[in-house]
Design a protein around this ligand. Structure first.
Ligand SMILES: Cc1cc2nc3c(=O)[nH]c(=O)nc-3n(C[C@H](O)[C@H](O)[C@H](O)COP(=O)(O)OP(=O)(O)OC[C@H]3O[C@@H](n4cnc5c(N)ncnc54)[C@H](O)[C@@H]3O)c2cc1C
Length: 291
């Protein structure tokens, strides 16, 4: 392993300045649970690791005056898992955080790092996609925001430039009668990425029989985590029934493009996507009725 400098930044401006000066040889480190493995394995050889751990403005989960919820990129997964705000508004994100690694990993790993790593089966990505998260990014060129769905470019690749810092995720105000859930299939349980994962958010009309809004996202089924738009549109405006749930979960096949690898065949991934989607829709509806 080659030696490198370690810089503990105290502000967003400092991070951008050091990254900019490093000319593509400096990297951000948040929890370090991914990047240090890559450095040790010789997959990357940065000149400098810029830590964002000391920057308080990048941490925490807050509700804004307009009802939006912001999750700082450097918030660790234990805080995401235990956030009362998320349990009340976006249960699926807390579910997803809880499914990751061990307590020790969740104490270090951040929600920003989980998405910047851009692994197609990263657990928090589908949950944030189904929550219609927007990402806010700062770089030497200025500030920009965009839907999370535009953030992922391919396996382990995002739109971030070498001097870009992900600041936070911004979630819309949640509707009345909303329920949400995150489910994953992982034969070895914890401490491993899921083979397929599904996140569903459902808002019901006040009669609690009609589906007003549905958001469905999957991980591990394509080069990037993605929304199942066809499934969403089948559900919206309809009366809840088992037939409707079957129809909608069958339709996930049109949105995904899984591969076969050493962990599962693509046929198995198609079956998992359908089954997990059906179960998640049902569970999200149940949660919407009691919340
Ligand atoms: C034993 C073990 C089990 C695991 N199990 C799971 C699991 O079940 N599910 C799962 O999804 N993951 C799992 N992981 C992967 C890992 O813990 C997560 O991806 C973690 O969330 C990464 O966050 P971090 O803060 O540690 O990122 P780091 O390792 O610090 O950084 C990861 C990457 O993101 C970049 N980065 C970090 N923050 C920012 C930012 N704010 N702006 C721009 N770039 C940034 C870094 O430069 C780096 O390229 C596991 C890892 C281990 C070691």
């Amino acid at each position: 392993m080659e030696s490198f400098d370690y810089f503990e930044a105290q502000s967003v401006e400092e991070v951008i300045a050091v990254l900019n000066k490093g000319e593509n040889k400096s990297r951000i480190i948040a929890g370090g649970t991914d990047i240090l493995l890559h450095v040790r394995a010789g997959l990357i050889s940065p000149n400098c690791l810029v830590s964002i751990k000391q920057i308080e403005s990048l941490k925490g989960i807050i509700k804004k005056d307009d009802g939006r919820i912001e999750i700082g990129a450097a918030t660790n997964l234990t805080n995401v898992e235990q956030s009362e705000l998320l349990h009340l508004n976006y249960q699926l994100i807390a579910d997803a955080a809880r499914s990751i690694g061990s307590r020790q990993i969740r104490n270090l790993a951040t929600i920003g790092g989980n998405n910047c790593s851009a692994v197609p089966s990263a657990d928090t990505a589908p949950a944030l996609l189904a929550s219609e998260a927007e990402v806010r990014i700062q770089s030497s060129l200025g500030f920009r925001e965009m839907p999370l769905s535009d953030f992922f470019v391919g396996p382990k690749t995002t739109i971030l430039d070498h001097d870009s810092l992900l600041l936070n995720f911004s979630l819309p105000k949640v509707m009345e009668n909303t329920g949400s859930v995150y489910m994953r299939f992982c034969p070895r349980g914890a401490m491993n990425l899921p083979i397929v994962s599904v996140a569903v958010l459902i808002a019901l009309e006040s009669d609690l029989f009609h589906i007003k809004k549905s958001r469905v996202a999957l991980g591990g089924v394509a080069k990037v985590p993605l929304r199942a738009l066809e499934t969403e549109s089948i559900l919206e405006g309809q009366i809840i029934s088992q037939e409707l749930i079957n129809l909608a979960s069958n339709a996930t096949a049109s949105s995904i493009n899984p591969i076969s690898d050493h962990r599962a065949t693509k046929e198995f991934r198609y079956r998992l996507a359908k089954e997990l989607t059906a179960r998640s829709i049902l569970k999200a509806i149940q949660r919407a009725k009691v919340e």
